[in-house]
Design a protein around this ligand. Structure first.
Ligand SMILES: CC(C)(COP(=O)(O)OP(=O)(O)OC[C@H]1O[C@@H](n2cnc3c(N)ncnc32)[C@H](O)[C@@H]1OP(=O)(O)O)[C@@H](O)C(=O)NCCC(=O)NCCS
Length: 180
């Protein structure tokens, strides 16, 4: 079970750790504020309830146990403030995985996202045998995420025009991959 302290470049101290069964309420409180954040960078647009979050977490813990995925959380002040996942695809795509990352507003822009994603990918490399490539997508407006992914070696391979709708506005998905 990975768990250790991480000190950001501005001195902010957080813990990187894997999830545990009792995390559902903390995870729900982490994800729901993204619903109200305009152009949050995430697709979620409906608050989740505890029952849904518990089911989601149960699925994830099973996948982690079966080496189908890895997840690292950022914890600070008794709250979850970040989450990064790598999740294996199936069948003829099982050499590939999806990745995703999100940090709460108050901890962005201080190097935590970069360190979290690097470490999650490293954990995936170690635990998920046969993994060759990671794919992810970002909204075209999400410069911060696109810059981070480029910095970590992801390259743009495509674009889905108008893949996301917020109110009356449409945004493209930018698709990126990284070969391990
Ligand atoms: C995207 C996200 C994960 C990045 O994490 P972060 O901790 O804020 O980013 P970091 O401080 O680690 O920065 C890493 C790199 O990203 C880029 N970056 C960071 N902030 C940026 C900004 N405001 N504008 C452009 N690039 C930026 C830079 O290349 C930076 O490297 P540098 O510090 O050497 O310049 C985080 O901001 C976040 O969760 N945002 C909301 C949800 C989201 O967009 N998730 C991704 C969905 S695809």
């Amino acid at each position: 079970m990975t768990k250790h302290k991480f000190t950001a470049r501005d001195g902010t101290s957080v813990v990187f750790r894997e999830p545990k069964p009792s995390d559902a309420k903390l995870l729900m409180d982490f994800i729901n504020p993204f619903v109200a954040e305009p152009m949050s960078g995430l697709t979620i647009n409906k608050r989740v309830r505890l029952k849904e979050e518990k089911a989601w977490l149960r699925g994830w813990l099973a996948d982690i146990k079966n080496r189908k995925g890895v997840m690292l959380l950022v914890e600070a002040d008794g709250r979850i403030k970040g989450n990064c996942t790598v999740s294996r695809l199936v069948w003829k795509s099982s050499h590939m995985a999806d990745a995703g990352i999100a940090l709460s507003k108050d901890v962005r822009g201080r190097g935590i996202g970069e360190a979290l994603m690097k470490e999650t990918i490293e954990l995936a490399r170690k635990r998920m045998r046969g993994l060759e490539m990671i794919q992810l997508k970002a909204f075209d407006y999400n410069e911060r995420a696109l810059e981070l992914y480029k910095k970590l070696g992801f390259v743009v391979v495509g674009r889905i025009p108008r893949a996301n709708k917020e109110g009356k506005d449409y945004y493209d998905d930018v698709l990126m991959v990284k070969h391990l």
